[in-house]
Design a binder for this molecule. Structure first.
Ligand SMILES: [Mn+2]
Length: 279
């Protein structure tokens, strides 16, 4: 029995199949931990989501920004982005059921030895506090009122967390930290536009995992995350970054939780659309 965490798949179905073959992944014996952004931009969003749905009892998933975007587009809350590759999923007869299942997935997984989230963990939060805050958003996403939340989910404000945030501001700040954050400034203001490499971090900002006062820094759990393809494979400070830019022509990466062994496959070119740009 093994557990493997896999970085952002983004609809790269063939690359995922190659990686699972390389791992000799056996459903019923092994478990996958997927760091979110399962779908969009690659050509195989429908195939990826069908595969994950079919193997859901052997897969742990956290929601990424592209996953939430797909749900919002499906409900006509957000217009499709020019480089979205969601139309096959959105028109499939099983599309609504697949997206309903996706909407039930958490923002954070917390076990005794590992935690997993898509983008970042706000430095002021312990892992236990973060899990409680994730539950606030998950409860709304899983409630009949989820459309109202999706309609107000977008926006960069409030950019800093305060414990006394309430209502939609509170839910938006939690969602942005878990699914979009890469950098913050010394005052804890989140920055969402920078997507570059670590050495190019703008002056005055730092990656969330290098914040000097990070409450999760000394946790027992290692933190698995994705979302930052330009960071690449990152191991240090108790975190493991797994988005290695498969979609962008680099690799899809798996991290074996029991051994720390890294496995990688290159992009299968069938996964890459002819028209690819954006984030
Ligand atoms: Mn992402």
């Amino acid at each position: 029995m093994a557990r493997y965490a896999i970085g952002d798949i983004q609809g790269c179905y063939h690359s995922l199949m190659h990686l699972l073959e390389q791992l000799d992944f056996q459903p019923g014996r092994d478990t996958l931990w997927l760091v979110g952004d399962l779908i969009n931009r690659g050509t195989g969003s429908l195939a990826v989501l069908r595969w994950v749905f079919e193997h859901q009892s052997h897969v742990r998933v956290v929601l990424g920004n592209h996953d939430l975007h797909a749900i919002a587009v499906a409900h006509h809350i957000k217009p499709p982005h020019r480089f979205d590759t969601l139309s096959e999923l959105l028109t499939a007869t099983d599309g609504p059921a697949l997206l309903q299942w996706l909407r039930q997935q958490p923002l954070m997984v917390l076990e005794e030895d590992f935690a997993m989230l898509h983008a970042g963990l706000y430095p002021q939060w312990t892992l236990a506090e973060a899990r409680t805050l994730a539950a606030e958003v998950e409860a709304v996403l899983q409630s009949p009122g989820y459309l109202g939340f999706l309609q107000q989910m977008y926006g960069n404000q409030p950019a800093a967390w305060h414990d006394d945030l309430a209502g939609i501001d509170r839910l938006r700040a939690i969602t942005n930290a878990f699914t979009r954050m890469r950098l913050l400034d010394a005052e804890g203001v989140m920055e969402f536009s920078f997507k570059g490499e670590l050495p190019d971090t703008p002056a005055g900002y730092m990656p969330w995992f290098l914040a000097p006062d990070r409450q999760s820094a000394n946790a027992t759990q290692k933190i698995l995350f994705g979302h930052w393809s330009a960071l690449g494979l990152y191991q240090g400070h108790g975190v493991i970054g797994l988005d290695t830019g498969c979609l962008w022509g680099r690799q899809l990466t798996a991290y074996a939780l029991e051994t720390g062994h890294i496995s990688q496959v290159p992009l299968d070119l069938r996964d890459r659309p002819a028209d690819l740009a954006g984030d």
